[in-house]
Design a protein around this ligand. Structure first.
Ligand code: ATP
Length: 355
């Protein structure tokens, strides 16, 4: 489906497909992905390891070429019109690299000069990420959370409307995770769109307004966090009882779907909870607690991706209709040159091969 030029979406993909060369033929990583990220707020891009989050983000940023399908950022087709929208996008797709002996402020100041942003923004972005009082410390002295916040500050210099963070809390301790979470939440409430990928659902549940859950390179659910949780919990009842194993057996015998939980059992798809008490009492089992099940996003996620294997497997792809997308323009810039101790292989336009 083609998208209208402006549909209130910060990011949209349709039928997106990407395969990689593997030893036994091509592996399908992204398998017809239809992603909608509404403009404004925090959008969690969720999926198990290997489900295709990084691949999708790298295609959106022109770092990797799609086999077929369409992508839009703020209504502009990318990668074709990426140069026109990239000024509105800030992204962190791998660990931040800064000169360890420079202060955070100096690194940002150099970057501001490089991208033609007024120096006044440096103080503002340090403030925005909560580093105002540590801006004059050397990067090497920062905690991992502070390093990540400095990277976020760098992406904010050009005041982007869309921020894309790929697993921004990877490797952080709980305090660091909280720092980044609060920073993202704040950015999302300022009218920006924050697209954040993660495989740690509880993290996103607390800060996201909307989410997309992907499995095997496809969207398996998307929408408001509250709606997904409600859907996942619909009709479930948690039962507290002295002998849960016996109760599960009784309920299954009368045709109910019952499973043991950490503190009792859960019955799914129940229209009349009184049927549970009646069935159990008939066998001399008496419930001491009967409450509607409230599922969190973690449960919804596990339920939706339970068949997902790590990594998608290998049906040979059909040849791309229309020859696929044109080659991407060069990757968006905006970073400092790599420091001497942190050189890394730059992304190629169509990096392939096993990992
Ligand atoms: N350069 C590459 N060459 C070959 N296969 C790749 C390459 N990059 C990704 N893949 C494969 O594509 C699939 C999706 O990987 P991707 O990194 O996008 O997943 P992810 O959801 O970001 O996972 P994680 O949460 O572990 O970062 C995996 O099967 C992965 O092995």
């Amino acid at each position: 489906m083609e998208l209208a030029a402006d549909d209130g979406l910060a990011v949209a993909t349709r039928g997106l497909r990407k395969t990689f060369a593997g030893v036994r033929g091509r592996r399908v990583a992204i398998h017809g992905l239809d992603l909608d990220v509404p403009a404004g707020g925090v959008h969690g891009f969720l999926g198990p390891n290997g489900s295709g989050k990084t691949t999708t983000i790298r295609m959106l940023l022109g770092l990797l070429r799609a086999d077929s399908g369409t992508m839009h950022i703020f209504g502009q087709p990318v990668p074709q019109r990426l140069p026109h929208v990239i000024g509105r996008v800030g992204a962190i797709v791998e660990s931040p690299k800064f000169y360890p002996t420079f202060t955070g402020r100096k690194s940002l100041s150099l970057l501001a000069d490089a991208i033609g942003t007024p120096q006044q923004r440096v103080g503002e972005v340090l403030e925005e990420v909560g580093l105002a009082d540590r801006g004059d410390d050397r990067f090497a002295a920062y905690s991992l959370g502070m390093k990540q916040r400095l990277a976020i500050a760098a992406t904010l210099l050009k005041s982007p409307d869309l921020l894309i963070f790929d697993e921004p809390t990877n490797g952080l301790d709980p305090a660091g995770i909280r720092e980044i979470r609060e920073t993202m939440r704040r950015l999302g409430t300022e009218g920006r769109t924050v697209l954040v990928s993660s495989h740690i659902l509880s993290e996103i549940e607390q800060i996201a307004d909307t989410v997309s859950i992907i499995g095997r390179g496809q969207v398996v659910a998307q929408g408001a966090v509250a709606d997904l949780i409600n859907e996942a919990g619909a009709g479930g009842v948690d039962v507290g009882i002295d002998s849960p194993e016996a109760a599960v057996a009784v309920l299954r015998r009368v045709g109910m779907t019952a499973d043991l939980t950490a503190d009792g059992l859960r019955v799914s798809g129940v229209d009349r909870p009184a049927d549970i008490t009646r069935a159990l009492a008939a066998q001399g089992l008496y419930v001491d607690r009967l409450v509607p099940a409230r599922r969190d996003l973690e449960s919804a996620f596990l339920q939706l991706t339970q068949d997902d294997q790590l990594g998608a497997s290998t049906p040979p792809p059909p040849s791309a209709p229309g020859g696929g997308l044109p080659p991407p323009p060069s990757a968006p810039g905006g970073g400092l040159p790599p420091p001497p101790d942190a050189r890394h292989t730059p992304h190629s336009a169509d990096e392939e091969g096993g990992r």
